[in-house]
Design a protein around this ligand. Structure first.
Ligand code: PEP
Length: 255
């Protein structure tokens, strides 16, 4: 059985010293023995180096929150997947709804970023999810399918070995509203069905599909019990070590 993955997305929060302290507290608080769980922290780029030093030798992995699709070039302000790999990242979050909706990232841009991540040896955490208007119009499954189809187009069969998937309903991110188990199960089922049809049953069944959207210690266990959920992408609750650790520790499978 693949271990669950729990990712803390710190977004645009934290000075270097704040990020170092938070990473230290998380590293110290992880219950390691006999537990099967993968944990990754995604600090802002300015704190990657400092967090990398803190988590060295621990089971925590380093993640970035985004990457440009080119390896280098005249793209002022951008950071490439190649640079993030060089900085010690193992994962990169791509297609996060804040980038899709606030920064107008299209499905095609997300696709190019997925290719750049894989080309540079990073594991992509590909986020998909519908807005409230799309859900209310009954378009959830078609939106998620379109996002997956475009993001994964042209990838070879083995490419999804290096992709983690995250279903993040836009209306649940940072709002305190989380999707019900039934809603999550339906979308996760659709994602898995799509992956099996595109990459074969074995690969589709092995893919990790996370849920993200207002995950807290109070709802994490129930979400993780939902069929098809293989981990969590946590925003707000990852900014305090106590709440993030409570989520991580209830996510671990017994060893
Ligand atoms: C996220 O940023 O991916 C997220 C799920 O945020 P929050 O947990 O705050 O809803």
């Amino acid at each position: 059985m693949i271990p669950p993955l729990v990712v803390g997305n710190w977004k645009m929060h934290g000075t270097q010293s704040q990020c170092r302290d938070l990473a230290r507290r998380v590293a110290r608080g992880l219950k390691r023995k006999g537990r099967q769980i993968d944990v990754a922290l995604a600090p802002p780029n300015t704190a990657l180096e400092i967090v990398k030093k803190v988590i060295e030798g621990s089971q925590i992995r380093l993640a970035a929150q985004d990457a440009h699709w080119e390896d280098q070039g005249a793209f002022t302000g951008e950071v490439s997947a190649m640079m993030l790999k060089d900085s010690g990242c193992e994962f990169v979050i791509l297609g996060h709804s804040e980038r899709r909706h606030i920064l107008n990232e299209s499905d095609l841009v997300v696709a190019k970023k997925v290719q750049a991540a894989l080309r540079n040896g990073l594991r992509a955490i590909l986020c998909v999810g519908e807005t409230l208007a799309e859900r209310q119009a009954g378009r959830t499954q078609s939106v998620v399918t379109r996002q997956l189809r475009i993001a994964l187009k042209g990838l070879g069969k083995s490419a999804i070995d290096n992709v983690e998937f995250a279903y993040e309903p836009v209306w649940a991110i940072g709002t305190g509203l989380n999707a019900t188990s039934e809603q999550i199960a339906r979308v996760h089922g659709r994602i898995r069905q799509f992956l099996k049809a595109s990459f074969g049953n074995r690969k589709g069944n092995a893919a990790r599909i996370l849920y993200g959207g207002s995950v807290k210690p109070e709802n994490a266990a129930e979400i993780l019990r939902t069929p098809g959920v293989n981990g969590l992408l946590v925003g707000g609750a990852s900014l305090r070590a106590e709440t993030f650790l409570a989520i991580v520790n209830c996510s671990a499978l017994p060893g």
